[in-house]
Design a protein around this ligand. Structure first.
Ligand code: ATP
Length: 252
């Protein structure tokens, strides 16, 4: 990895870029994952590379949905593994929920490498290497799912996901939590709760919220979920982008 000086004004963004590039070199991330990261970076730039108020509120709602879940599962792809492997393992431990590797461009070798990486970070019971079920409405490789994991989950966390799989999981009756910097994506619009935030900030924030809300009553958690409006959150994320651009115009 290229050494990035800590003093660089765009340090976090450049480190993330290096991590995804390393993911490709290590056979964890697909080359298409580089393009997905580029799209994410562009939206992060427009959002001011910070967790916005609507993203923080969505994170709180997502924590409440996950704490109320009967059987949550966290989906992991090549970009998630490159950017936030340790953080997603921490989240799965905080929730006592399994991780399931699911790849858009699936190869058994890549699935194993990601599962091994997660296990090396202390994850127990990583799923996805031996899928025994499928999600209706998706083509073969992407449809693969595991009983006891995504297949039976009532709540699925799907960071950096494409719209088809999000829609198919919602159609199965699951509550879906997306992490997606693009508030206009099909995934963002279809999900039950969308965290319009960078995964490197969103996952640690979500783990903290889960710990903070872990002693809240079911009624209090339900009240958080009932008050949440995903459509409105996406609109407010777009307003954040607009305000950021307006501030730039005023400075010019
Ligand atoms: P959709 O099918 O939902 O309309 P898409 O075809 O753009 O979306 P992909 O390219 O498969 O979807 O998904 C990647 C998504 O993840 C993009 O919307 C991108 O903005 C987002 N993304 C990429 N990198 C990050 C990141 N580091 N943190 C959060 N989101 C990210």
């Amino acid at each position: 990895m290229t050494e990035i000086p800590r003093s660089h004004p765009r340090y976090a963004s450049l480190v993330a870029r290096e991590r995804v590039a390393k993911g490709v070199k290590d056979g964890i991330t697909s080359t298409q994952g580089l393009i997905a990261q580029g799209r994410g970076e562009a939206f992060d730039y427009l959002l001011g590379e910070k967790t916005t108020t609507p993203a923080a509120e969505a994170t709180r709602a997502a924590a409440a949905v996950l704490l109320l879940a009967r059987q949550p599962t966290l989906s992991v792809n090549g970009n998630v593994a490159a950017l936030a492997a340790e953080e997603i393992v921490e989240l799965s431990k905080a929730l006592g929920a399994p991780l399931e590797v699911n790849l858009f461009h699936r190869s058994e070798e890549r699935v194993k490498k990601i599962a091994d990486l997660l296990r090396s970070m202390g994850a127990k019971g990583v799923l996805g290497e031996k899928p025994d079920a499928s999600v209706p409405g998706l083509d073969h490789a992407r449809a693969l799912a595991t009983r006891g994991g995504i297949c039976d989950a009532d709540v699925a966390l799907i960071p950096l996901e494409d719209g088809d799989r999000c829609e198919a999981l919602v159609a199965m009756g699951k509550k879906v939590i997306a992490i997606d910097l693009n508030p206009l994506s099909r995934t963002s619009k279809k999900a039950t709760v969308t965290l319009v935030d960078n995964i490197v900030r969103a996952v640690p924030n979500l783990t903290s919220e889960i710990k903070r809300l872990s002693s809240a009553s079911k009624d209090d958690l339900k009240a958080i979920v009932d008050a949440y409006d995903n459509r409105r959150t996406l609109e407010r994320s777009l307003e954040e982008i607009k305000a950021h651009l307006d501030a730039f115009s005023r400075q010019a």
